[in-house]
Design a protein around this ligand. Structure first.
Ligand SMILES: Nc1ncnc2c1ncn2[C@@H]1O[C@H](COP(=O)(O)OP(=O)(O)OP(=O)(O)O)[C@@H](O)[C@H]1O
Ligand SMILES: [Mg+2]
Length: 604
């Protein structure tokens, strides 16, 4: 396989359509199990539209048919009915919101889980390329934006549209002339909305980009706060943060500017329409009063109709106003949705074999056959590495910084695949193993220790079913971790804070080591297991490492050559190549790089 440069998840700024059907179809997969909530919400919405449409009509009847002829007996019951409908309307509105949100939040919960599950399957090289802050943004803020899809989304918009159409029908049946006059502003409204809408869209896209930039920055600087403080970078960091923030402010203000322009335009047009109704409608009502004296008149209006018109028109503009805002909200949600699905679409995981090999026993023979590898295609890191480790053999990897030692171990645990050549365990290519199975056979103590929040014991067992607490404590005691743990008030259950920041580097390293020893893998791989401990602990650890390596194939990287004297063989790496191998004595006799390395260390 030739080296390839994959791209990570890109920052995605292109505006989305407000209604992206392909995207909705994908979302539907997550909504479908919870669709009954949405259907119930839709039913409420239809009932609610009905009650809203009834209210002005009821007032019209009360005014024209009862109040105007002094029939209070018929008038008061209608007022009570009006109140009743208003109560039903309010309850339906609330119920509808709760139903739709319940369905929506359930779908989003599932989506978040799916997204995280997907992230857990992606390869190490994907995470090398993609900034953490960006990924966190996808799982948090983008999913939050998607929530708007439900809050003010599809269901509500469908209800709004239906309400608008019904209102138009009623208005035209009440008084066609006046209805036509009040619809004059609608084309203007559409033009204004279309014009401003694009601006709002652009502003939103910019804002998301700025927010994501800020997230990334904050994530990095907060995790690295100690370094910022230690190197007196507070002022400079604050300045950079200030600049990013200024950008966020500007972007936010632009969205507010265009959004308020849009909503105030709609409001102004609504008031203008009411003025039109009052103007022409007023004239028609007055005509009606005259017409009562001259019963031949036909095109006149009653006060009740005029009231109903104004009320309907106000109710008409409210969803219209919201619709124009919802448009941007929907667009936002669609952009966010696309970003979420972008991550879900990343197919960057190491291929799993269709029929994995799973020999019952691991003998522990390791073979590297002409292995080539590079993180970045332009810079080869391993350049034709070949060696064999016999079952039960203890091997040490040495070499200068950046020589590629850690990379050898990463390939061995299949965090990456070689670009050329093969790595075999007991004669089987690593790619033929299911990765879960492979990682049970080869245990790695990594160079960068990573502890999770929980207790010390949690961090040793890591929730492994086959590692019970007794075994974990036994393994840790063999590493003399019990002496250290006794000093903590909580003992084995002493809480470990995020990344183990309440523990010393040596303590962390011991825990990370115990984690692997407890799982007792047939092949043990250690990366600098003893670099951070004091000489007393180092001595104890050396014994433990010795113990742990005994009887199983093991590879250990160590910078301190004193710690690896008793291994069976030493492999010396230089610039991605295996340049010398043999026992300590053989390599000393060879009088090459190894000897110089040893002399350098012992002279200091
Ligand atoms: N994730 C990565 N992405 C890109 N380049 C990397 C990555 N990890 C390591 N490298 C590069 O690969 C080379 C070999 O790194 P490696 O970690 O294998 O060195 P090492 O021999 O373990 O060094 P050290 O003794 O300092 O731990 C280095 O030049 C390093 O810059
Ligand atoms: Mg290393």
């Amino acid at each position: 396989m030739p080296p390839q440069r994959h791209t990570g998840v890109e920052e995605d700024d292109a505006p989305a359509k407000a209604l992206d059907l392909a995207l909705l179809r994908r979302l539907w997969y997550f909504i479908r199990p919870h669709q009954r909530w949405l259907w119930a919400g839709l039913a409420c919405l239809l009932l609610m539209s009905g009650s809203r449409l009834m209210m002005p009509w009821l007032v019209k009847i009360a005014l024209d048919d009862h109040l105007s002829i002094g029939d209070l007996e018929g008038y008061y019951p209608l007022v009570l009915l009006f109140l009743g409908i208003a109560l039903v309307d309010a309850s339906l509105r609330r119920l509808q919101q709760v139903l739709v949100e319940t369905g929506g939040q359930s779908a989003l919960r599932d989506l978040r889980v799916a997204l995280f599950q997907h992230l857990q399957r992606l390869s190490a090289s994907f995470f090398d390329r993609t900034p953490t802050g960006r990924l966190i943004g996808r799982v948090t803020t983008d999913i939050e934006a998607l929530q708007e899809l439900f809050a003010s989304g599809v269901v509500t918009i469908a209800g709004d549209l239906l309400f608008l159409v019904a209102t138009i029908v009623i208005l035209f049946s009440l008084a066609p002339g006046l209805a036509a006059a009040s619809m004059v502003v609608v084309p203007i409204l559409i033009c204004v909305t279309l014009l401003i809408r694009n601006r709002v869209r652009g502003a939103y896209v910019k804002m998301r980009g700025k927010l994501s930039e800020m997230n990334g920055f904050l994530h990095e600087r907060i995790s690295g706060m100690a370094v910022v403080q230690m190197f007196n970078r507070e002022t400079a960091t604050l300045e950079s943060y200030g600049e990013i923030n200024q950008g966020v402010r500007g972007a936010q203000l632009r969205t507010v500017w265009w959004e308020t322009l849009l909503s105030t335009s709609v409001e102004l047009l609504s008031s203008m329409t009411i003025a039109v109704i009052l103007w022409y409608g007023g004239a028609a009502v007055a005509e009606g009063w005259e017409a009562q004296a001259l019963p031949t008149g036909s095109d006149y209006l009653t006060l009740g109709v005029l009231f109903a018109f104004i009320d309907y028109m106000q109710k008409f503009f409210q969803p219209l106003n919201e619709l124009s805002l919802k448009y941007t909200v929907m667009q936002n949600a669609m952009t966010a949705g696309r970003r979420v699905f972008d991550v879900l679409d990343v197919e960057d995981h190491l291929p799993e074999p269709e029929q994995p090999q799973a020999p019952a026993q691991t003998r522990g023979e390791l073979v590297f056959e002409d292995v080539h590898f590079a993180y970045d295609p332009e810079q080869p890191v391993l350049d034709g590495v070949s060696f064999r480790v016999a079952p039960g053999e203890r091997v040490a990897l040495v070499g200068a910084t950046g020589a590629g030692k850690t990379t050898v171990l990463k390939l061995l645990t299949r965090l990456y695949d070689p670009h050329q050549g093969r790595i075999l365990l007991d004669g089987i290519d690593l790619r033929e193993f299911a990765s879960r199975d492979l990682r049970r056979r080869i245990g790695l103590v990594p160079q960068d220790v990573f502890l999770f929040e929980g207790t010390i014991l949690d961090n040793i067992t890591l929730g492994h079913a086959e590692v019970d607490e007794g075994r974990a404590i036994q393994a840790a005691t063999r590493l003399h971790l019990d002496e250290l743990v006794q000093r903590f008030p909580g003992g084995w259950h002493e809480p470990v804070r995020e990344r183990g920041r309440n523990l010393s580097a040596g303590e962390k390293q011991l825990i990370s080591f115990a984690r692997v020893v407890a799982a007792a893998p047939p092949v043990l791989v250690l990366d600098e297991a003893t670099s951070n401990v004091d000489s007393h602990t180092e001595h104890l650890l050396q014994e433990a490492v010795h113990d742990a390596m005994e009887g199983r194939t093991s590879l250990a990287i160590a910078h301190r050559l004193s710690t690896i004297r008793d291994v069976d063989r030493i492999l010396l790496f230089h610039k991605g190549k295996l340049v010398e191998q043999g026992t300590h004595d053989e390599l000393m006799r060879l009088d090459g790089r190894y000897r110089r390395l040893v002399e350098l260390q012992f002279s200091s």
